[in-house]
Design a binder for this molecule. Structure first.
Ligand code: DX5
Ligand code: ZN
Length: 227
């Protein structure tokens, strides 16, 4: 089982001062910075693109965990690699095996990591299961893509449980990233089912002390692991 990692989602901060959001992640000891890219087609919001990733890149060496909620990831993946993304997660809903393979080759040729993301109602497709050993991260969304600050959808838990078991059995070593509505109160539910990377937007940036909120999530997750 991979170690606990905390990934603040800067979408939850004031988009006019994203440098500050990254600074908070760094100060709080986050493991990676989660960057939510939404194109207004795949999900009902428009956030930011490679230009923003590039502008933030000099601020930190932390892993840039780029979650592409876009309909045509093939067309943009190189732009995000050029901008400094370290992990690029693409949605299973807009890909199939051959298209994923092409994208995978592009990312791996640059030495970066690939993840596969699924929406709350999506089951992991067969082609993705067959490629589990290739990906570094499986992003299990626990809210519908679009916005920060939604409540975690607990109906995803049986699927997460199965995914946790499959990843454990195959020993592929992929991180299981939980994305959506993560708060100290539900960390136990996702960590006990195998989630190890906790994305938190509001769970960090809407707190009074966001720097401290990062260690609160970490301590909670580590304590579940110790039990
Ligand atoms: C939703 C995004 C999430 C979101 C997380 O479209 O993929 O990463 O910003 O924010 P919270 O933790 O507030 O749900
Ligand atoms: Zn996300």
């Amino acid at each position: 089982m991979n170690g606990i990692r905390i990934a603040p989602s800067i979408l939850a901060w004031n988009l006019g001062e994203l440098e500050k959001a990254v600074e908070i992640s760094v100060k709080g000891g986050a493991d990676q910075v989660h960057l939510d890219v939404i194109d207004g087609h795949f999900a009902p919001n428009i956030t930011f693109g490679p230009g923003t990733v590039r502008a933030l890149r000099p601020l930190t060496d932390l892993k840039f965990d780029t979650h592409l909620m876009i309909e045509n990831p093939q067309a943009y993946v190189e732009k995000f690699l050029d901008a400094g993304s370290d992990l690029i997660s693409v949605h299973a809903e807009v890909l199939d095996g051959p298209r994923f393979d092409e994208l995978y080759r592009t990312v791996r040729a640059r030495g970066k990591e690939v993840g596969i993301a699924i929406k709350p109602q999506t089951q992991l497709p067969g082609w993705a299961l067959e490629r589990l050993d290739k990906i570094s991260t499986l992003v299990v969304m626990t809210v519908n893509p679009g916005f920060s600050g939604q409540k975690m959808d607990m109906s995803v838990m049986p699927k997460l449980q199965k995914i946790g078991e499959v990843v454990e059995d195959r020993g592929g070593g992929a991180d299981i990233e939980i994305d959506g509505g993560v708060e100290p109160e539900n960390v136990r539910e996702v960590v006990k089912r195998g989630g190890n990377v906790l994305v938190a937007g509001a769970g960090v940036y809407a707190k009074k002390d966001p720097v401290r909120a990062i260690s609160v999530l970490r301590e909670k997750a580590e304590s579940v692991r110790r039990q």
